[in-house]
Design a protein around this ligand. Sequence first.
Ligand SMILES: Cc1ncc(C[n+]2csc(CCOP(=O)(O)OP(=O)(O)O)c2C)c(N)n1
Ligand code: SF4
Ligand SMILES: [Mg+2]
Length: 292
Amino acid sequence: MIELPEYKSGTKPTWCPGCGDYAVLNGLQNALQTLQLKPWTVTVVSGIGCSSNLPHFLSTYGFHSIHGRSIPVATGIKLANPELTVIAAGGDGDGYGIGAGHFIHAMRRNLDITYIVMDNQIYGLTTGQASPTSEREMKTKSTPEGVIDSPVNPIALALSAGATYVARGFSGDAKGIAELLVRGIRHKGFSLVDILSPCVTYNKVNTYDWFRQRVYSLEKEGHDPSDLHAALQRAVEWPNLDQKRDRIPLGVFYERTDIPTYEDLEPALRHRPPVKQPLGLENPEELLEEFR
Ligand SMILES: Cc1ncc(C[n+]2csc(CCOP(=O)(O)OP(=O)(O)O)c2C)c(N)n1
Ligand code: SF4
Ligand SMILES: [Mg+2]
Protein backbone atom coordinates (compact mmCIF):
# COMPACT_ATOMS: atom_id res chain seq x y z
CA MET A 1 0.00 0.00 0.00
CA ILE A 2 1.50 3.34 -1.07
CA GLU A 3 0.61 6.09 1.42
CA LEU A 4 -0.20 9.67 0.41
CA PRO A 5 3.05 11.27 1.73
CA GLU A 6 5.01 9.02 -0.62
CA TYR A 7 3.76 11.13 -3.55
CA LYS A 8 5.12 14.33 -2.01
CA SER A 9 8.62 15.63 -2.74
CA GLY A 10 10.62 17.44 -0.10
CA THR A 11 10.02 20.74 -1.93
CA LYS A 12 7.27 22.94 -0.51
CA PRO A 13 5.10 24.87 -3.00
CA THR A 14 5.93 28.54 -3.42
CA TRP A 15 2.44 29.54 -4.58
CA CYS A 16 0.69 32.50 -2.92
CA PRO A 17 -1.47 31.53 0.07
CA GLY A 18 -4.94 30.68 -1.29
CA CYS A 19 -3.78 29.96 -4.87
CA GLY A 20 -6.09 27.42 -6.53
CA ASP A 21 -3.12 25.31 -7.61
CA TYR A 22 -2.75 23.86 -4.08
CA ALA A 23 -6.06 22.03 -4.54
CA VAL A 24 -4.88 20.67 -7.89
CA LEU A 25 -1.67 19.33 -6.35
CA ASN A 26 -3.67 17.82 -3.51
CA GLY A 27 -6.21 16.32 -5.94
CA LEU A 28 -3.45 14.84 -8.12
CA GLN A 29 -1.62 13.29 -5.15
CA ASN A 30 -4.90 11.76 -3.98
CA ALA A 31 -5.67 10.46 -7.46
CA LEU A 32 -2.23 8.82 -7.78
CA GLN A 33 -2.70 7.22 -4.37
CA THR A 34 -6.19 5.97 -5.18
CA LEU A 35 -4.78 4.38 -8.33
CA GLN A 36 -1.80 3.07 -6.31
CA LEU A 37 0.53 4.14 -9.11
CA LYS A 38 4.17 3.66 -8.21
CA PRO A 39 5.84 7.10 -8.29
CA TRP A 40 8.59 5.83 -10.60
CA THR A 41 6.03 4.76 -13.21
CA VAL A 42 4.60 8.29 -13.51
CA THR A 43 6.08 11.32 -15.29
CA VAL A 44 4.61 14.79 -14.91
CA VAL A 45 5.65 17.28 -17.59
CA SER A 46 4.99 21.00 -17.39
CA GLY A 47 5.60 24.22 -19.33
CA ILE A 48 6.27 27.60 -17.72
CA GLY A 49 4.02 29.48 -15.30
CA CYS A 50 3.09 29.39 -11.62
CA SER A 51 1.03 26.25 -12.32
CA SER A 52 3.90 24.67 -14.24
CA ASN A 53 5.95 24.47 -11.04
CA LEU A 54 3.75 21.50 -10.06
CA PRO A 55 6.19 18.63 -10.91
CA HIS A 56 8.66 19.95 -8.31
CA PHE A 57 6.22 19.14 -5.52
CA LEU A 58 5.70 15.50 -6.50
CA SER A 59 7.92 12.47 -5.94
CA THR A 60 7.20 11.13 -9.44
CA TYR A 61 9.51 11.73 -12.38
CA GLY A 62 9.11 15.26 -13.68
CA PHE A 63 10.15 17.48 -16.55
CA HIS A 64 9.83 21.28 -16.23
CA SER A 65 10.06 22.15 -19.91
CA ILE A 66 9.62 25.50 -21.71
CA HIS A 67 6.62 27.75 -22.26
CA GLY A 68 3.87 25.99 -24.21
CA ARG A 69 5.89 22.84 -24.83
CA SER A 70 4.67 20.38 -22.21
CA ILE A 71 2.66 18.41 -24.77
CA PRO A 72 5.52 17.78 -27.24
CA VAL A 73 7.78 16.66 -24.39
CA ALA A 74 5.01 14.47 -22.93
CA THR A 75 4.43 13.00 -26.41
CA GLY A 76 8.09 12.10 -26.75
CA ILE A 77 8.19 10.46 -23.33
CA LYS A 78 5.01 8.46 -23.97
CA LEU A 79 6.21 7.24 -27.37
CA ALA A 80 9.62 6.28 -25.98
CA ASN A 81 8.04 4.34 -23.12
CA PRO A 82 4.28 3.76 -23.45
CA GLU A 83 4.27 1.85 -20.15
CA LEU A 84 4.70 5.10 -18.22
CA THR A 85 1.71 7.08 -16.97
CA VAL A 86 2.33 10.47 -18.58
CA ILE A 87 0.65 13.59 -17.24
CA ALA A 88 1.12 17.05 -18.75
CA ALA A 89 0.28 20.05 -16.59
CA GLY A 90 0.35 23.83 -16.86
CA GLY A 91 -1.61 27.03 -17.16
CA ASP A 92 -4.15 28.56 -19.52
CA GLY A 93 -1.51 30.80 -21.10
CA ASP A 94 0.84 27.87 -21.52
CA GLY A 95 -1.68 25.41 -22.98
CA TYR A 96 -4.33 27.50 -24.71
CA GLY A 97 -2.06 30.34 -25.92
CA ILE A 98 1.51 29.59 -26.91
CA GLY A 99 0.94 25.81 -26.78
CA ALA A 100 -2.46 25.76 -28.51
CA GLY A 101 -1.22 24.10 -31.69
CA HIS A 102 0.35 21.21 -29.80
CA PHE A 103 -2.79 20.86 -27.70
CA ILE A 104 -5.04 20.44 -30.75
CA HIS A 105 -2.80 17.95 -32.51
CA ALA A 106 -2.29 15.78 -29.43
CA MET A 107 -6.06 15.53 -29.10
CA ARG A 108 -6.68 14.49 -32.68
CA ARG A 109 -3.97 11.85 -32.28
CA ASN A 110 -5.65 10.55 -29.13
CA LEU A 111 -2.34 10.06 -27.35
CA ASP A 112 -2.82 8.26 -24.06
CA ILE A 113 -1.84 11.17 -21.83
CA THR A 114 -3.69 13.23 -19.22
CA TYR A 115 -3.49 17.00 -19.58
CA ILE A 116 -4.25 19.11 -16.50
CA VAL A 117 -4.74 22.82 -17.15
CA MET A 118 -4.86 25.09 -14.11
CA ASP A 119 -7.07 27.73 -15.66
CA ASN A 120 -6.93 31.01 -13.72
CA GLN A 121 -7.82 33.19 -16.73
CA ILE A 122 -4.62 35.24 -16.30
CA TYR A 123 -0.85 35.06 -16.65
CA GLY A 124 0.07 34.60 -13.00
CA LEU A 125 3.85 34.15 -13.12
CA THR A 126 4.43 37.28 -15.21
CA THR A 127 2.27 39.29 -12.76
CA GLY A 128 -1.14 39.66 -14.31
CA GLN A 129 -1.49 40.02 -18.08
CA ALA A 130 -4.58 38.86 -20.00
CA SER A 131 -4.56 35.20 -21.02
CA PRO A 132 -6.49 33.35 -23.76
CA THR A 133 -9.27 32.57 -21.26
CA SER A 134 -9.58 36.07 -19.75
CA GLU A 135 -13.12 37.32 -20.17
CA ARG A 136 -14.01 40.25 -22.40
CA GLU A 137 -13.77 43.66 -20.73
CA MET A 138 -11.43 42.41 -18.01
CA LYS A 139 -8.85 45.04 -17.11
CA THR A 140 -5.35 43.66 -16.71
CA LYS A 141 -1.81 44.99 -16.91
CA SER A 142 -1.74 44.27 -20.66
CA THR A 143 -5.33 45.40 -21.29
CA PRO A 144 -5.81 48.61 -19.26
CA GLU A 145 -9.00 49.42 -21.19
CA GLY A 146 -10.34 45.88 -21.00
CA VAL A 147 -9.93 42.68 -23.03
CA ILE A 148 -11.40 42.93 -26.53
CA ASP A 149 -10.84 39.30 -27.63
CA SER A 150 -13.36 36.52 -27.06
CA PRO A 151 -12.06 33.88 -24.65
CA VAL A 152 -11.01 30.42 -25.81
CA ASN A 153 -13.53 27.77 -24.79
CA PRO A 154 -11.20 24.87 -23.92
CA ILE A 155 -13.97 22.33 -23.42
CA ALA A 156 -15.62 23.01 -26.79
CA LEU A 157 -12.19 23.06 -28.43
CA ALA A 158 -11.26 19.70 -26.93
CA LEU A 159 -14.57 18.10 -27.93
CA SER A 160 -14.22 19.25 -31.52
CA ALA A 161 -10.52 18.34 -31.77
CA GLY A 162 -11.05 14.70 -30.81
CA ALA A 163 -10.18 14.40 -27.11
CA THR A 164 -11.78 11.24 -25.78
CA TYR A 165 -12.12 12.36 -22.14
CA VAL A 166 -13.06 15.95 -21.40
CA ALA A 167 -13.76 17.24 -17.89
CA ARG A 168 -13.81 20.44 -15.84
CA GLY A 169 -12.97 20.75 -12.16
CA PHE A 170 -12.83 23.61 -9.66
CA SER A 171 -10.22 24.29 -7.00
CA GLY A 172 -13.00 24.92 -4.49
CA ASP A 173 -13.54 21.13 -4.63
CA ALA A 174 -10.28 19.16 -4.25
CA LYS A 175 -12.19 15.88 -3.79
CA GLY A 176 -14.00 16.46 -7.09
CA ILE A 177 -10.64 17.16 -8.79
CA ALA A 178 -9.24 13.87 -7.47
CA GLU A 179 -12.26 11.96 -8.83
CA LEU A 180 -11.97 13.59 -12.27
CA LEU A 181 -8.24 12.82 -12.35
CA VAL A 182 -8.68 9.18 -11.31
CA ARG A 183 -11.05 8.70 -14.22
CA GLY A 184 -8.90 10.77 -16.58
CA ILE A 185 -5.68 8.89 -15.77
CA ARG A 186 -7.46 5.53 -16.09
CA HIS A 187 -8.91 6.57 -19.45
CA LYS A 188 -7.02 5.12 -22.41
CA GLY A 189 -6.66 8.09 -24.76
CA PHE A 190 -6.27 11.85 -24.49
CA SER A 191 -7.83 13.30 -21.33
CA LEU A 192 -8.26 17.02 -20.77
CA VAL A 193 -9.01 18.09 -17.22
CA ASP A 194 -9.47 21.88 -17.22
CA ILE A 195 -9.49 23.11 -13.64
CA LEU A 196 -10.87 26.53 -12.65
CA SER A 197 -8.05 27.45 -10.32
CA PRO A 198 -8.32 31.03 -9.02
CA CYS A 199 -5.30 33.32 -9.01
CA VAL A 200 -5.99 35.21 -5.79
CA THR A 201 -3.27 37.77 -6.49
CA TYR A 202 -3.89 38.95 -10.06
CA ASN A 203 -7.43 37.92 -11.00
CA LYS A 204 -9.81 39.81 -8.75
CA VAL A 205 -12.82 39.01 -10.97
CA ASN A 206 -12.95 35.21 -11.22
CA THR A 207 -12.64 34.46 -7.51
CA TYR A 208 -13.72 31.39 -5.48
CA ASP A 209 -16.96 33.20 -4.58
CA TRP A 210 -17.59 34.21 -8.18
CA PHE A 211 -17.34 30.55 -9.22
CA ARG A 212 -19.32 29.23 -6.25
CA GLN A 213 -22.27 31.35 -7.34
CA ARG A 214 -22.21 29.85 -10.85
CA VAL A 215 -20.94 26.24 -10.87
CA TYR A 216 -23.20 23.20 -11.05
CA SER A 217 -22.67 19.46 -11.37
CA LEU A 218 -23.26 17.83 -14.76
CA GLU A 219 -23.79 14.49 -13.06
CA LYS A 220 -26.52 15.84 -10.78
CA GLU A 221 -28.33 17.21 -13.82
CA GLY A 222 -28.28 13.77 -15.48
CA HIS A 223 -25.81 14.63 -18.26
CA ASP A 224 -24.84 11.58 -20.35
CA PRO A 225 -21.05 11.73 -21.00
CA SER A 226 -21.33 9.33 -23.96
CA ASP A 227 -23.40 11.90 -25.89
CA LEU A 228 -21.09 14.24 -27.87
CA HIS A 229 -23.88 16.60 -28.93
CA ALA A 230 -25.12 16.99 -25.37
CA ALA A 231 -21.51 17.59 -24.29
CA LEU A 232 -21.10 20.36 -26.88
CA GLN A 233 -24.31 22.00 -25.74
CA ARG A 234 -23.09 22.02 -22.15
CA ALA A 235 -19.63 23.21 -23.26
CA VAL A 236 -20.93 26.39 -24.88
CA GLU A 237 -22.85 27.43 -21.77
CA TRP A 238 -19.62 29.05 -20.53
CA PRO A 239 -17.71 30.93 -21.74
CA ASN A 240 -19.81 32.11 -24.66
CA LEU A 241 -20.07 35.10 -26.97
CA ASP A 242 -23.14 36.46 -25.17
CA GLN A 243 -21.04 36.73 -21.99
CA LYS A 244 -23.75 34.90 -20.09
CA ARG A 245 -22.10 34.13 -16.82
CA ASP A 246 -24.88 32.47 -14.94
CA ARG A 247 -24.10 28.75 -15.15
CA ILE A 248 -20.76 26.93 -15.32
CA PRO A 249 -20.90 23.13 -15.68
CA LEU A 250 -18.44 20.97 -13.72
CA GLY A 251 -17.66 17.27 -14.12
CA VAL A 252 -17.23 14.89 -17.06
CA PHE A 253 -18.56 16.36 -20.30
CA TYR A 254 -17.51 13.46 -22.51
CA GLU A 255 -15.86 10.06 -22.44
CA ARG A 256 -15.42 7.65 -25.30
CA THR A 257 -13.45 4.44 -24.91
CA ASP A 258 -13.59 2.71 -28.31
CA ILE A 259 -11.15 4.94 -30.23
CA PRO A 260 -7.62 3.51 -30.66
CA THR A 261 -4.78 5.53 -29.22
CA TYR A 262 -1.86 6.88 -31.23
CA GLU A 263 0.37 4.33 -29.52
CA ASP A 264 -1.96 1.51 -30.61
CA LEU A 265 -1.59 2.56 -34.24
CA GLU A 266 2.00 3.81 -34.48
CA PRO A 267 3.87 1.26 -36.66
CA ALA A 268 7.20 2.01 -34.95
CA LEU A 269 5.82 0.73 -31.65
CA ARG A 270 4.56 -2.59 -33.03
CA HIS A 271 7.77 -4.43 -32.34
CA ARG A 272 9.10 -2.97 -29.09
CA PRO A 273 9.00 0.54 -27.67
CA PRO A 274 12.22 2.54 -28.17
CA VAL A 275 13.10 2.34 -24.47
CA LYS A 276 13.36 -1.45 -24.76
CA GLN A 277 15.49 -1.38 -27.90
CA PRO A 278 19.30 -1.34 -27.97
CA LEU A 279 20.73 2.15 -28.35
CA GLY A 280 22.69 1.16 -31.46
CA LEU A 281 25.79 2.85 -30.06
CA GLU A 282 28.96 1.01 -29.35
CA ASN A 283 29.89 3.26 -26.47
CA PRO A 284 26.93 5.22 -25.03
CA GLU A 285 29.05 6.35 -22.07
CA GLU A 286 31.31 8.27 -24.46
CA LEU A 287 28.30 10.20 -25.79
CA LEU A 288 27.01 10.95 -22.30
CA GLU A 289 30.45 12.29 -21.36
CA GLU A 290 29.84 15.21 -23.76
CA PHE A 291 26.96 16.41 -21.59
CA ARG A 292 28.64 16.03 -18.18
C1 LIG B 1 8.58 31.83 -25.22
C2 LIG B 1 8.17 32.52 -23.96
N1 LIG B 1 7.32 33.56 -24.02
C3 LIG B 1 6.93 34.17 -22.91
C4 LIG B 1 7.39 33.76 -21.68
C5 LIG B 1 6.97 34.51 -20.44
N2 LIG B 1 5.97 33.76 -19.67
C6 LIG B 1 6.32 32.94 -18.67
S1 LIG B 1 5.02 32.24 -17.92
C7 LIG B 1 3.95 33.08 -18.94
C8 LIG B 1 2.46 32.94 -18.82
C9 LIG B 1 2.04 32.11 -17.70
O1 LIG B 1 0.65 32.04 -17.68
P1 LIG B 1 -0.09 30.66 -17.49
O2 LIG B 1 0.40 29.65 -18.44
O3 LIG B 1 -1.55 30.94 -17.52
O4 LIG B 1 0.40 30.16 -16.05
P2 LIG B 1 0.08 30.75 -14.60
O5 LIG B 1 1.31 31.51 -14.19
O6 LIG B 1 -1.11 31.63 -14.69
O7 LIG B 1 -0.14 29.54 -13.77
C10 LIG B 1 4.63 33.88 -19.86
C11 LIG B 1 3.97 34.74 -20.86
C12 LIG B 1 8.27 32.66 -21.64
N3 LIG B 1 8.73 32.16 -20.49
N4 LIG B 1 8.64 32.07 -22.80
S1 SF4 C 1 0.37 34.70 -8.73
FE1 SF4 C 1 -1.63 33.74 -8.88
S2 SF4 C 1 -1.29 31.80 -9.98
FE2 SF4 C 1 0.68 32.54 -9.22
S3 SF4 C 1 0.98 31.52 -7.24
FE3 SF4 C 1 0.05 33.53 -6.84
S4 SF4 C 1 -2.15 33.11 -6.77
FE4 SF4 C 1 -1.19 31.36 -7.78
MG1 LIG D 1 -2.83 31.29 -15.95
